[in-house]
Design a protein around this ligand. Structure first.
Ligand code: WT7
Length: 651
């Protein structure tokens, strides 16, 4: 393989469009100007601990902490000596205030049922569920595995765990029984919570039978609590399985929140590494709760009149931080929707926005690209004028998809917050503050107050302006992971060894002349063509800017002469896949970026393989492009058939 001529990643795309917030938006914003943002960021940079100390006064403390941060690299303890409770901060804190009878959760099921729960009502339900957990023998430090659809009881179960100091491990209800069993085993879960089934595109997903299989291989699980959701007949195992509604009648609705040490584990959440078995990312009570609350208020510019909708499932970190802990601590009204975006039709999301007068809408680039592909007519049927703020998370957003979101959903009026963060970071790290920071399509703009990133080259030194390198964090923050469940060594190795004394995010990024950050993709995904190091997102964005392209994934494959050659997988909108279109797309990339980025292989695909959370699986595509067998963890692969189809094209 040819050696790279420099350690840097070449930056080949230019994006000059700039969208400042309107004066009207800024005037009412939580952080209303660039100066206000800068003042807050400077204050935090000068003395991060004093800054977080001040913010932490917003939590409820049963006992005050004695130290803001005890940093034994890489082990952080925040707010040591203090006692608080995340369930208290989300619920009890609002009782006796104007928010007591405010709607906390607005829920719609896929078949169309509606429920609303005020903060008072949610508090009652959580207390009852906490008593149910106790009755099932769950106590502080026990792990509760949750495998449920997006129904209010999912949030209730999480908050009930938090209330008594039990640790939740939510497993997305699309995972197989193998994946559930593996996670239950690793966590040594004591209780399983599930439902009979779930609705997905009008069909029932059989959750309980899936769990039954998993529990045969999860010996640590003693009991299984089953919510009735679809009403279908499910076998209940004597002595192990208990109906939620039956147990609920046997307990009362009073359960004070336990005063818990700041560093009490709040939850573990499994995320698949690029190789090997899934990692249980561990988050703790006080620091995580504070970070989710503050970042929610800042980034989503929280106002009491908002109807906020984050479309993520609670099976992902986005659902933990921005459906449950962040918005509820802030006293927000959250819409929760159970089903698919294209059921009964492709306009379901826009129907919901109109019906509930949603003001703030937070989704993923994969969803936005699907909306674009489905066509504007689904959007145009609905009045979306209630919207005032849009957000994205999960992957980089291609500038042309950003423009579509801005124009078609936001009517050119709503700021877009492109939020960069990770399961490990607990909350948003870099994002526009919508009343303060002008946006550039494709950039997550600037670090939030208290967040101190840097970009490091292969030589271990910070790189210059507009040069790509590894994104690191130079200072701990309250929402950071506290470790990998049961594997301290992997934690050190993975996040703290490559760049000494810095948290390694695993992404490449560059910072431009205005101090704006551009995420360039995962470190392992860089394509090295004849000494030029190219980021996947730049090649992909060039393709997506062609009117016929819906999605694109770029990967490197070995090439004897160039080191690596570029292979791209493209899904197209209406056009016929043809050699002529292939040539046209190559020419398009040449025009947009230059000859060095022209793909050597361009394959059309009906769909791209994605993780269940919607990320394109470049690792698998890399193996396909180079003709290798796939290795590593595929439990998060959305659709094996996609993989099979792509392989078949090879043969
Ligand atoms: C990885 C983390 C954070 C909640 C959902 C994903 C990628 C995430 C962005 C963004 C570019 C992004 C990164 C990151 N990513 N947000 N706004 N722009 N890339 O959590 O599954 O832990 O994934 O997602 O590569 O490292 P996750």
């Amino acid at each position: 393989m040819a050696e790279p001529t420099s350690a840097q990643i070449d930056n080949v795309m230019r994006e000059d469009r700039l969208f400042p917030p309107t004066a009207e938006f800024a005037a009412q914003a939580v952080i209303p100007s660039a100066e206000a943002y800068q003042a807050l960021w400077d204050e935090a940079q000068a003395d991060p601990l004093a800054f977080w100390d001040r913010q932490a006064q917003e939590l409820h403390w049963f006992e005050p902490y004695s130290q803001v941060l005890d940093w034994q690299e890489p082990v952080a303890s925040w707010f040591t000596g203090g006692k608080t409770n995340a369930s208290y901060n989300c619920l009890d804190a609002h009782l006796g205030t104007e928010r007591e009878n405010k709607t906390a959760i607005l829920w719609e099921g896929e078949p169309g049922e509606q429920r609303t729960l005020t903060y008072r009502e949610l508090h009652t339900e959580v207390c009852r569920a906490a008593n149910m957990l106790k009755k099932l023998g769950v106590g502080q430090g026990d792990v509760v595995s949750i495998y449920m659809p997006m129904v209010p009881e999912l949030a209730i179960a999480m908050l009930a765990c938090a209330r008594i100091g039990a640790i939740h491990s939510v497993i997305f209800a699309g995972f197989s029984s193998e994946a559930i069993a593996e996670r239950n085993q690793d966590a040594q879960a004591k209780l399983q919570i599930t439902s009979d089934g779930a609705w997905r595109r009008g069909k029932e997903l059989p959750l309980k039978p899936m769990v039954d299989d998993a529990l045969d291989k999860s010996p640590s699980v003693e009991k299984c609590l089953v919510l009735r959701r679809t009403g279908s007949d499910v076998p209940m195992r004597e002595g192990r399985d208990v109906w939620w509604h039956e147990l609920a009648e046997q307990v009362d609705a009073e359960c004070p929140a336990a005063p818990l040490d700041s560093e009490t584990t709040l939850f573990i959440l499994y995320t698949s590494g690029s190789t090997g078995k899934p990692k249980g990312i561990r988050h703790t009570t006080a620091g995580y709760n504070l970070y989710a609350k503050k970042t929610f208020e800042w980034v989503f510019d929280h106002r009491d009149s908002d109807v906020y909708w984050c479309t993520a499932d609670c099976g992902w970190i986005t659902g933990h931080s921005y459906v449950v802990y962040g918005p509820l601590s802030a006293g927000a009204t959250c819409l929760m929707y159970e089903g698919a975006p294209n059921f009964p039709a492709e306009d379901r999301f826009w129907e919901l926005v109109e019906k509930y007068q949603v003001t703030t809408f937070y989704t993923a680039p994969t969803a936005i690209r699907a909306f674009i592909k489905w066509g504007d007519q689904h959007v145009e049927k609905h009045d979306l004028s209630s919207l005032r703020l849009l957000g994205t998370v999960g992957e980089g957003i291609n500038p042309e998809a950003w423009m579509w979101y801005h124009e078609k959903i936001g009517a050119g009026r709503c700021p877009i917050v492109d939020t960069w963060w990770q399961t490990e970071t607990g909350g948003i790290m870099m994002s526009p503050l919508p009343g303060a920071i002008p946006t550039k399509p494709g950039s997550c703009t600037k670090p939030l107050p208290g967040i101190l990133p840097a970009i490091i080259g292969e030589d271990g030194q910070p790189v210059g302006e507009n040069q790509g390198g590894m994104l690191v964090m130079t200072h701990p923050w309250p929402g950071m992971l506290r470790g990998i469940w049961g594997d301290d060594e992997r934690y050190r190795e993975q996040y703290w060894s490559k760049v000494p004394h810095n948290y390694l995010a695993g992404d490449n990024a560059r910072c431009d002349e205005d101090g704006y950050y551009w995420i360039m993709g995962r470190i392992d995904d860089v394509i090295n063509v004849a000494g030029h190091r190219l980021s996947t997102i730049e090649v992909e964005s060039a393709l997506v800017s062609h009117p016929q392209v819906a999605e694109a994934a770029a990967v490197g494959r070995p090439d004897e002469i160039k080191g690596q050659a570029i292979a791209v997988f493209v899904t197209i909108k209406e056009a016929e896949a043809s050699d002529a279109l292939r040539d046209e797309l190559k020419l398009h990339v040449r025009k947009e970026i230059g000859a060095l980025a022209v793909p050597d292989d361009l394959r059309f695909a009906a769909v791209l393989p994605k993780t269940r959370s919607g990320k394109i699986m470049r690792r698998l595509l890399r193996d396909i492009a180079s003709g290798k067998e796939t290795v590593g963890d595929t439990t998060t692969l959305e659709d094996y058939t996609v993989l099979a189809k792509l392989r078949a094209e090879d043969e």
